[in-house]
Design a protein around this ligand. Sequence first.
Ligand code: KIV
Ligand code: NA
Length: 273
Amino acid sequence: SSSGLSVPKIRARKGGAPIVALTAYSALSARLVDPHVDVILVGDSVAMVEHGMTSTLGATLELMILHGRSVAQAASHALVVVDLPFGSYESRPEQAFENASRVMRETGCAAVKLEGGVAMRETIAFLTRRGVPVMAHIGLTPQSVMTMGGFRTQGRDEADWAIIEADALAVSEAGAFAVVLEGMVEPLAVRITENLSIPTIGIGASARCDGQILVLEDMLGLTPRAPKFVRRFGTLGDAARGAVEAYAQAVRERSFPAEAETYAATQAIAPLE
Ligand code: KIV
Ligand code: NA
């Protein structure tokens, strides 16, 4: 909550040093990434990654607040942004303000993120004028999975570019301090980045965006499958499986615990160390 980086500082990074962003859902993950990133997003992808759901639609306000509080308490450097979940902000600006302000009060985060462009223009303006900084999210918006009929890369047909460019302009004019560009063809992400006055943060977009974001568990190699745009910077899944296998074998052959991992009788009343 005592974030070193502020919303205006992130906003001012337009065209400058790339903004480094990662997701985190827990205090453990937040402590790991906080020294190395500019923005930590408590994404509603937590519904899929940690709660086994098939889309982000099942994330609730209570779930996001629980994870958001863990992350905001643990982070001291990065700007913490919490996703507003599906159904918590779309019906009217007042609904968005009630829920976004609750997320900010109950988690200690600095800003919220919501999905949508032109359709969210009024809501983004309403929130930003009332003290709720908004990160926007356009292109492939996972909360629209049912209307899109799946997770589809946007802008493959150049005829659709104008719609997505209008979304980008709308969120910028409404006062968003940054915008996530997800799952769109590279030249469209470049065009939006060049024409917009706020930073763009890409995921499945372009290296020329003003920043990048990935889901932490994807880039660590912990999730079983990941889309083409994910680079596996680690192989923690393999390492974790190896450790669990070794533990299981050690228990079965009674080599764990070893003498050094047990307490002798004379130490039995010593405090735990
Ligand atoms: O929920 C999430 O993790 C996200 C990022 C991938 C942008 O919205
Ligand atoms: Na999200």
